[in-house]
Design a protein around this ligand. Structure first.
Ligand code: ACM
Length: 768
């Protein structure tokens, strides 16, 4: 048997020819394993290792980590097992932890389960830790009657940086929550915890030399209620805050180390620093006083790059570097408005004196000085992608959050990169379109989107791609007041991300992932993790066919069924089961529901389609919408489905940034048109304005148009949707309609977003 196993291991580690692989694999059971992240290689053997009360743990050499491994395994074992020390491994009824220097990958491991023993071999204790995590999942999800399936798993991570982030500033979470966060992430083999510790809304880490940072900076007098974009804004007028003492930080660092998680502490600069300015106003370019911000968003008051500020930051960083043993210190760098620096004589003189180009050059100077200091203490800096502006500090790593562009640029400059683009990695976005979801900042990043992410952009060549050291999921907490809600937003999206950062790209498959995920969700729920479960949510795709709207329904629950109605009746499992896409040609009220194992799961899906003369036809746009707000494609604005007043980032609304809307509808044949109604989103706090003017033209051939109607629009008020009817001149008969809706233009002074171009959102164009 031993030789057989060795043979297998040689095969999977690629040292043997692959032609015999099939024969070997077939000798096993071909069982389905629920391990997440999916290991590099699983080879099934015949039979089981049966755990009994005589089973023991065994190790070659004692290390305190062994205790952690035994504790972890005992938490899922049917029995609490005894240990024995050995100067060799035990082949009989033992679970062996073996440090093996012949294994190449630092965090890799080989887990062998045979009929008579279990062995986890790794080069490092990190590797053994991950082997233990895999064995725990084997016991939790794939073991029945105390029989662990015999298997050889060879495994190692795709990326060395596998991160999750937590913003403890917008809302504060006590040490016990932070530990739970770390514990959970380590179970899915994440190894970096990005702890966002300082912000405009609160400073959360004790700094002995500057006690006011926490006495003053850790508390705000009031917090915004509802959305940042709400008009008017409301506040709770309640003092809120908290911070971690250095003793608590040390304890958390130690806890994380036990879970093989390195903490990356973030001290934001030069922006997101209002809490520090509130404590020590002399850090700013203007006099103050400053408050700890009660509202989300960005503060124009930022650190002033004076010698006093640098001394302060060096003192702060010195204390921080003492507390955190990891190589990286995150220095922020994002969203630092330059308004104060532009007006400050000191800053302008400094720009001249240092020969800098502008305020971006000054930010680069700021970060480079900090980098030099951090490097002098043997550590490295990492910052958000804004640190590229004005020139990257020589040794800095970049966290790419505004898409991948910054990451690509940094990799090309041979700097290390952690990818965390908003569209895939921001867990503060909505994960479901269900209208009962808790309030979130916006966006829509469902599980499948996270899973689909590949952190290595196609634009990079192989050499450049090596600088992508991993990816990270971010949990910003403006709208997340409780830890329960943190868990809800992070899980299961973090589980999807764990596979993004661990599993080889070629082994990843969403349907296979979902099959493995189901028991994890059940187990996490049972363990008291407030994991979200949207696998039963139904999503629909609507495509215009020229004579109707093709509807495709789907969900993410393997082995489930969707039942539906078209007449507005609530369906159950006695109604027709959905099997394939169909074309809708008459007004319909679609309702659908998922059933799994005979039970209803997930929310009721419903959509109304109200047919009109243009519904199901085709439209050509002359101005492109923003890619972010074009999810359903151009034809979505003539499919009979009205965009909702809740979310404009859905598959119905089209959003234009600063541009007019210009579209040509082809009705297929010439017909009489009486009236057109156009619907627009109206959320001035979110910079979204209705148009100022509409013009409609008609044509028989699609080339020569004549005016058919026009309207100027004023006083649009605060209702979220504005529906504007435009009566056409009498006897308008046409095949083609050209519609122009003029953008509001630059937002006026005094309004939110002043000076920026307004957004124009359109859905639907109803032709009667
Ligand atoms: C960020 O989301 N401001 C990095």
């Amino acid at each position: 048997m031993k030789h057989f196993i060795l043979f297998l291991i040689l095969m999977i580690t690629g040292l043997s020819c692959s032609s015999k692989k099939k024969i070997v694999i077939n000798s096993g059971e071909n069982r389905f394993y629920h391990i997440i992240p999916k290991p590099v290689s699983i080879i099934d053997l015949k039979g089981y290792f049966k755990i009994n009360k005589y089973t023991k743990y065994s190790y070659w050499e004692y290390n305190s980590e062994i205790n952690t491994f035994m504790e972890l395994l005992n938490s899922v074992m049917p029995f609490s097992l005894d240990t024995m020390t050995s100067n060799g491994t035990f082949d009989n009824n033992a679970i062996n932890f073996v440090i093996d220097s012949t294994i190449i990958e630092n965090e890799g491991y080989i887990l062998e389960v045979t009929k008579s023993f279990i062995k986890i071999r790794a080069k490092t204790y990190s590797g053994i830790f991950y082997g233990v995590q895999t064995l725990m999942q084997l016991i939790q999800y794939d073991t029945k009657n105390n029989e662990i399936p015999a298997v050889v798993i060879t495994d190692y991570p795709r990326f060395k940086y596998r991160g999750l982030h937590l913003d403890v500033c917008r809302h504060f979470f006590p040490p016990k929550d932070v530990k739970k966060y770390i514990d959970l992430m380590s179970r899915y083999k994440f190894n970096r915890f990005h702890w966002h510790l300082t912000e405009d809304q609160g400073w959360r880490i004790e700094i002995k030399k500057y006690p006011k940072l926490t006495e003053v900076g850790a508390y705000r007098d009031s917090t915004l209620i509802g959305r940042y974009s709400d008009v008017p804004r409301r506040f709770d007028k309640t003092r809120y805050g908290g911070f971690y003492t250095q003793e608590e930080v040390k304890d958390i660092v130690k806890y994380a180390a036990k879970k093989h998680v390195t903490i990356v502490p973030e001290i934001e600069m030069p922006g997101h620093s209002r809490a520090a300015l509130a404590a020590y106003p002399w850090l700013a370019c203007t006099k103050g006083p400053f408050s700890v911000m009660p509202i989300w968003g960005i503060s124009e008051d930022i650190y002033c790059p004076t010698e006093k500020t640098f001394r302060f930051l060096e003192d702060v960083l010195s204390e921080v570097m003492e507390l955190f043993p990891g190589e990286y210190i995150h220095i922020g760098g994002d969203e630092a408005p330059k308004a104060r620096w532009k007006k400050s004589k000191f800053c302008q003189d400094l720009i001249k004196k240092e020969g800098l180009k502008d305020e971006h050059g000054l930010q680069s100077y700021f970060i480079q000085r900090i980098e030099k200091f951090v490097n002098s203490k043997g550590k490295k800096i990492i910052g958000w992608d804004e640190i590229l502006e004005g020139g990257l500090a020589p040794n800095a790593a970049v966290m790419s959050w505004r898409g991948e562009k910054g990451g690509i640029e940094a990799a090309r400059q041979h700097h290390e990169v952690v990818m965390t683009p908003g569209n895939y990695c921001y867990f503060d976005h909505y994960q479901s379109l269900d209208k009962n979801e808790p309030l979130a900042i916006g966006g829509y990043t469902p599980l499948e989107e996270v899973y689909s992410y590949n952190p290595v952009p196609k634009e990079l060549n192989n050499k450049e791609a090596k600088y992508i050291i991993g990816a990270q999921g971010n949990m910003w907490t403006e709208y997340i007041p409780t830890f329960d809600l943190v868990e809800y937003m992070v899980y299961p999206r973090a589980i999807a991300l764990s596979e993004v950062v661990w599993t080889p790209q070629k082994l990843r498959n969403y349907q296979d992932f979902l099959k493995r995920l189901v028991p994890h969700l059940e187990m996490l729920k049972k363990e008291g993790v407030n994991v979200a479960n949207h696998l039963g949510d139904i999503s629909a795709k609507f495509e215009n066919t020229g004579d109707g709207v093709k509807m495709t329904l789907r969900n993410s629950m393997p082995g489930s069924f969707i039942y539906y109605t078209l007449d507005g009746k609530d369906p159950d499992n006695t109604f027709p089961v959905y099997s394939e896409p169909g074309i809708i040609r008459q007004s319909a009220y679609i309702k659908a529901i998922t059933y799994y194992k005979g039970k209803r799961i997930g929310p009721l899906f419903s959509r109304k389609i109200k047919m009109h003369k243009a519904a199901g036809k085709f439209i050509k746009l002359l101005n492109e919408p923003s890619p972010k707000y074009n999810k359903g494609g151009a034809n979505a604005i003539i499919n009979g489905i009205m965009g909702s007043d809740v979310r404009y980032a859905d598959d119905q609304w089209l959003g234009f940034n600063g541009d007019d809307f210009i579209g040509i509808i082809d009705l297929g044949t010439k017909m009489h048109i009486n009236k057109i109604k156009m619907r627009f989103f109206n959320s001035k706090g979110a910079w979204i304005y209705p148009p100022v003017e509409i013009e409609i033209y008609s044509s028989d051939n699609g080339h020569i148009f004549k005016i058919a109607g026009a309207l100027k629009i004023r006083n649009t008020g605060y209702s979220k949707i504005i529906q504007i009817p435009i009566r056409l001149i009498k006897n308008t008969n046409a095949r083609f309609l050209k519609l122009v809706a003029k953008n509001h233009g630059i937002i006026e002074d005094g309004a939110q977003g002043a000076g920026h171009p307004a957004w124009l959102f359109v859905d639907e164009i109803i032709v009667e």
